[in-house]
Design a protein around this ligand. Structure first.
Ligand code: DLZ
Length: 165
């Protein structure tokens, strides 16, 4: 998963489906807010760039990354017409084991939502050693993981549409 020499936001725009008919949810963690806002903006701008309209993008905030799972779960219940949901958070290594527990909880939780539910939930959670790594991946020298998640969300929305019979 080395991204040290890779800009995460490099992709071929021609290969991305048009998102004008899709509806997206974005759940944003308020922990490390300057980073999560940049991730949100990267995701929002990318969805718009590929045709999504403002009224078809709903945003909710949750206190921390651990709460992303519940936020996404509730969003799938309240807005069952959504085509994909993006979970945005940043977990930065501290001095205790909290980092490991939050990372484990949110990763497994979002995985479970994808197994149990019908709406794809995209994992846009940075799990970094320090603040600089998060800055580099939220609009810095390694691109914006929010952009990457938005592209994945459009692709998953299209896959979901095409796989319905
Ligand atoms: C408590 C905590 C800590 C120490 N670090 C982070 C972090 O780096 N990123 C993050 O999104 N949230 C953190 N939290 C908060 C937890 O995600 C959660 O909100 C609380 O444990 C309450 O459930």
């Amino acid at each position: 998963m080395a991204t040290i020499h890779k800009n995460l936001s490099d992709y071929d725009k021609q290969t991305i489906p048009n998102a004008k008919d899709f509806r997206f949810g974005i759940v944003v963690s308020e922990w490390n807010p300057t980073i999560t806002e940049n991730l949100f903006q990267g995701a929002f701008d990318t969805l718009k760039e590929h045709g999504a309209i403002n009224d078809n993008i709903v945003r909710w905030n949750v206190p921390g990354s651990f709460e992303l799972v519940y936020g996404c779960k509730r969003m799938t219940t309240c807005y069952d017409m959504l085509d994909a949901i993006i979970a945005i958070g940043v977990v930065i290594q501290g001095e205790t084991k909290h980092f490991d527990f939050v990372c484990e909880g949110v990763t497994q939780g979002i995985k479970d939502l994808n197994i149990q539910g019908d709406i794809p939930v995209l994992f846009c959670v940075l799990t970094d050693d320090n603040l600089q790594q998060s800055i580099d991946r939220s609009g810095g020298k390694h691109g914006n993981k929010g952009t990457e998640a938005a592209i994945a969300a459009i692709k998953m929305a299209q896959l979901r549409k095409e796989s319905k019979f």
